[in-house]
Design a protein around this ligand. Structure first.
Ligand SMILES: [Zn+2]
Length: 315
């Protein structure tokens, strides 16, 4: 698989892979500060058998081998067979601060996200954006995660290399990959800003979301198509706006209808019903009491109550 949108400078030492399949992503550093382009150029002619799939510096990511090819990077069969090799220019001794400012993290994140989402060896196969432990690499050389050359050395042997070094910012790498995997979706704040600043009379308006250069981003980054997400939000916002407007008209119609009625007459009629209910209840109580006081006999009272209730129901 070749990654669209980045330079491809085919390297020399491409080997055939046993199953043409990769499972993990191995992170190296080149132990020098040459540019990615210089490394990729050197890879077209180097005679030591060493190779990598990608070269990365603070400016760009260059692909050197198809991801199906086997690179000579790990010193072990497991590493060479199972991992995509990412060679980042830099030194094992670099500090975290130095690493943070010396890698094109966003571009690297997009390239690796593209592999994870689009490469048939990775897409939907359960790859996890995390660093595998040496123990699990020993147990399962086909672990679907990221690891360093040093991790490969400790798990599978083959070299004395300890790159990318103890201060390599794995968290920054994972963040870059995850950001790209999430398709650079707008945040809740950005959506809210777009909704509030949205002018329904201007469908091509300059909402907060559109102000971020999504289209340009989508052009340079085939992994994500944020334009579609923005269009969806835009259409959704427009629909909500229309629904709100319809609801407002409905409310106004109801208010107008209610205001047209004689509210005093309605209240008087409600009072009338309530007063009659109270009177009926008092009458019933009086009848029941007249039995216990001996004033009337029970049979007569039952008949009177029946009459009273049936006249009440008839009303
Ligand atoms: Zn290495």
């Amino acid at each position: 698989v070749l990654i669209p949108g980045i330079p491809y400078i085919q390297g020399r030492n491409a080997y055939s892979d046993r199953d043409s399949r990769k499972y993990g992503i191995a992170i190296h550093c080149t132990a020098n500060t040459a540019s990615a382009r210089a490394e990729a150029s050197y890879a077209t002619r180097r005679t030591d058998g060493v190779s990598g799939h990608f070269y990365v510096d603070d400016v760009e990511v260059i692909q050197s081998l198809d991801t199906r090819a086997r690179a000579g990077h790990a010193g072990s069969v497991e590493g060479n067979d199972h991992a995509i090799a990412v060679e980042i220019t830099g030194l094992v001794s670099w500090s975290r601060a130095k690493w943070l400012k010396s890698v094109a993290w966003d571009k690297l994140g997009r390239v690796l996200a593209h592999i994870i989402q689009k490469d048939p060896h990775f897409a939907g196969k359960g790859f996890q954006v995390r660093r595998a432990s040496v123990d699990e690499m020993r147990r399962n050389p086909k672990v679907q995660a990221l690891y360093g050359h040093d991790d490969m050395r400790r798990a599978w042997g083959g070299t004395t290399h300890t790159d990318p070094g103890p201060n390599f910012p794995w968290d920054r790498l994972f963040q870059a990959i995850n950001d790209a995997l999430e398709g650079d979706m707008p945040t809740a704040e950005e959506i809210a800003a777009a909704v509030w600043s949205h002018d329904p009379t201007n469908r091509n308006g300059k909402g907060a979301v559109r102000n971020r250069d999504w289209r340009a981003d989508a052009k340079t980054n085939p992994c994500v198509q944020p334009r579609f997400a923005v269009e969806d939000i835009w259409d959704h916002t427009h629909r909500i706006e229309q629904e709100l407007q319809a609801a407002r008209l409905r409310d106004e119609a109801i208010l107008a209808a209610v205001q047209g009625l004689d509210t005093a007459a309605i209240l008087a009629r409600i009072d009338e019903h309530a007063a009659r209910a109270v009177a009926e209840r008092a009458e019933l109580m009086a009848l029941v009491e007249s039995v216990s006081s001996g004033e009337r006999d029970a049979v007569e009272v039952v008949r009177l109550i029946g009459e009273l209730l049936s006249s009440a129901t008839r009303d």
